[in-house]
Design a protein around this ligand. Structure first.
Ligand code: GCW
Length: 681
């Protein structure tokens, strides 16, 4: 990954090596916690980058030692040394970093913060950044979690990780147990900690009740022990019907006394083994999963059941808003995009304080372009987290390079105009708009046993960027990428330039060759979620409809004539999405059903825009393989060849996409490409 600590060339370090402190003084506990990890990481990093050994200074002289890195918690610093006024600026997990004249101070609000500060310092050194800095930094929100969709049993889609494209699970053996060999776990913890992720849910939201059996809870506790030194707390997904599936109850009604007792006991059992267990993630009444609605109870009743069980232990319940029913395709007014607000809108204020509603970024399902979920603007008295997908489920499954932060930015930056005031989605998620103290980010990740972690080296920039954005959602996509590139591939300008420009071009290109104008990805949605299959969207109950016929295309989500979805947004946004005139081209077919000959703001017709975009997208990625090939000798052979293979594949597959989509709509509409590029059979 990006934690290579590769040696820097002498030209980069010239005149600076002497300024790297030769000792490290540790303030605070050193009992195998994150602070200990921070110290060994710094020693490892400086040794790797500069070939120098950093000695541990005695505690006695710590406060006044020169040529020293002082690391610890603010509390320990104040106890041992002196008041630290800047300590007041720190929130949970925050840190202070100062580097000047041979002296470095890394002070965390807690041990985890100190570890984050250590990684930040190493990130500077790894990029040959020797500048003097002095600043405090804090997370935008307390919840910064990875969600793995790992299965205990190798069922479901793609082996033992649902939507896994980087090998099988590092946690489960595929036949119902936790693995004996957990050696990848601390390495994953290290990656997560380095980008300040503080929690991980290790099991699939399509949950298996047997994770709660005695053996597996013991294994879970081993996993928690391996993540703990990295400041990563462990949680699990729950199967709502566990009291019946695993226990011997004949009900899982959340209001039934025996069910409440079952969950309370089970939760106490977990906490007796894992005192810092972070909490539960729940997918209920969605895609065949059991839930409270089975017993005519509300989703809030369901969430609060678990919230009460974890509350005495300080745990959190992440309750997913991805709840929808299959719909009648013949009903013009039916709309899956309405489901989240329909299911959750009326429950605002009904959730316990330690419940966080976890909302996918858009109203459907991780598509290449979606408007922000309207639910963000509809819950004022409920804590919320955004669910992003690092896993490239609909986005090329890690076989295509698609750098995702520019997509995420469209959501973060979107101003929902709640009560007619600025209310960007990113400020809602952090809790700032509605004054919530909990909130944050869940990133679906499919790290597996593959040596590259995700199946492709370049996909890792998305995991790195997720952490960076969860800390500060206002960060710029390019600067995150540049840091990642230098840490991953070194400081060569050509490498930096190539990877940056390719990555930044990749999501727009993927949108262009898969599905533009807000029509969704047009991938196969019935089986693989991979490759083009525009016909699969319609004529079924899944509600990812395009409503394409011979004359027209798009979902009519207007209030006046359609599904009413535009009306779920606050007034100003609703008014804009209600009319084609004020809807941006990139969401035109998301909100409007129009003829293929409809003229967009760009001046092009819908159909011509399809043709042009698909050619342009495929053309863009043809260049990637050549740009990468030009880096021969600048990237080690193994990674060079691995990526070259991937990018060549992507070039070919983009042409498959281009022709499949363009031919499909040319056949359907009977309108030829003005540029005459479409093949005629
Ligand atoms: O996007 C769909 C995926 C399912 C997934 C579901 C969800 C875990 O295709 O594989 O199930 O969303 O997010 O719950």
């Amino acid at each position: 990954g990006w934690l290579r600590y590769a040696p820097l060339s002498s030209s980069h370090v010239k005149g600076h090596v002497g300024n790297i402190p030769s000792t490290i003084a540790v303030l605070g506990s050193t009992k195998g916690g994150p602070l200990d990890t921070a110290v060994s990481e710094i020693r490892k990093g400086i040794h790797g980058i500069f070939g120098r050994t950093v000695k541990i200074a005695s505690k006695k002289n710590a406060c006044h030692a020169s040529n020293t890195i002082i690391i610890g918690t603010v509390e320990a610093f104040e106890a041992a040394c002196s008041d630290f006024p800047s300590g007041n600026q720190l929130k949970e997990d925050g840190f202070w970093l100062s580097t000047s004249h041979n002296s470095v101070k890394i002070l965390g609000q807690n041990e985890r913060g100190a570890l984050y500060g250590a990684f930040e310092y190493l990130s500077m050194l790894g990029q040959a950044n020797f500048s003097n800095v002095a600043y405090a930094t804090n997370p935008s929100a307390p919840i910064r979690w990875a969600n793995q969709w790992d299965n205990l049993n190798a069922s479901g889609t793609h082996g033992s990780i649902e939507r896994g494209y980087g090998g099988s699970s590092i946690f489960f053996d595929g036949v119902g147990h936790i693995k004996d060999d957990l050696s990848r776990v601390p390495l994953y913890g290290r990656l997560l900690a380095s980008v300040r992720i503080n929690g991980i849910v290790i099991s699939n939201v399509n949950a298996d009740a047997t994770l709660l059996n005695k053996d597996n809870l013991e294994g879970l506790s081993e996993i928690a022990d391996l993540f703990r030194p990295w400041g990563v707390r462990v949680g699990i997904s729950l199967n709502f019907a566990s009291p019946q599936l695993l226990g011997d109850l004949d009900t899982f009604d959340p209001l039934d006394e025996s069910v409440v007792t079952w969950w309370t006991d089970k939760t106490d059992e977990i906490y007796s083994q894992i005192p810092d267990f972070v909490g539960y993630l729940v997918k209920a009444n969605s895609e065949g999963q059991p839930g409270p609605i089975t017993y005519n109870r509300t989703l809030a009743d369901g969430a609060n059941l678990f919230a009460k069980a974890v509350e005495p232990h300080g745990g959190i319940v992440m309750f997913r808003a991805f709840v929808y029913d299959k719909l009648d395709w013949n009903d013009w007014h039916a709309d899956r995009a309405n489901a989240a607000v329909e299911f959750f809108g009326d429950l605002d204020g009904e959730f316990d304080d330690n419940v966080v509603v976890q909302i996918k970024y858009g109203p459907i399902d991780f598509q290449v372009r979606e408007p922000a979920s309207p639910l963000f603007a509809n819950l004022r008295k409920t804590s919320m987290a955004i669910e992003l997908q690092i896993t490239q489920e609909y986005l090329g499954q890690q076989c295509h390079l698609v750098y995702l932060p520019p997509l995420w930015r469209t959501i973060f930056d979107f101003d929902m105009r709640v009560d007619g005031k600025e209310s960007k989605a990113q400020d809602i998620i952090t809790g700032n708009v509605f004054n919530r103290t909990l909130g944050g980010y869940a990133g679906v990740v499919n790290v597996g046993t593959n040596q590259t972690w995700l199946g492709s080296h370049l996909s890792l920039s998305n995991l790195y960027a997720f952490g960076r954005l969860a800390w500060n959602p206002a960060e710029d996509s390019v600067s995150i990428l540049e840091d990642w590139t230098r840490l991953t591939f070194g400081l060569d300008d050509g490498v930096l330039e190539t990877i940056t420009s390719m990555s930044m071009a990749s999501w727009p290109a993927y949108e262009n060759y898969s599905g533009n104008l807000g029509i969704q990805t047009l991938t196969d949605i019935l089986y693989t979620h991979y490759g083009p299959n525009p016909a699969s969207q319609d004529n079924n109950g899944w509600g990812q409809w395009t409503r394409a016929n011979g004359q027209s295309i798009g979902m009519d989500r207007t209030v006046s004539n359609g599904t009413g979805n535009a009306g779920q947004y606050p007034n100003e946004v609703a008014a804009a999405y209600e009319l084609p005139e004020t809807t941006p081209d990139n969401l035109m077919l998301w909100f409007h059903h129009v003829p293929y000959t409809f003229k967009l703001h760009s001046g092009k017709t819908v159909i011509q825009s399809f043709y042009d975009a698909h050619h342009k997208g495929a053309e863009t990625v043809q260049d990637f393989q050549f740009a990468w090939a030009a880096l021969k000798g600048k990237v080690d052979k193994e990674r060079f060849e691995h990526e070259l293979y991937r990018l060549r594949y992507q070039a070919g597959h983009s042409i498959v996409w281009r022709d499949a989509i363009n031919e499909f709509y040319r056949n359907l509409s009977g309108i030829p490409d003005e540029a005459g590029r479409v093949r005629h059979h």
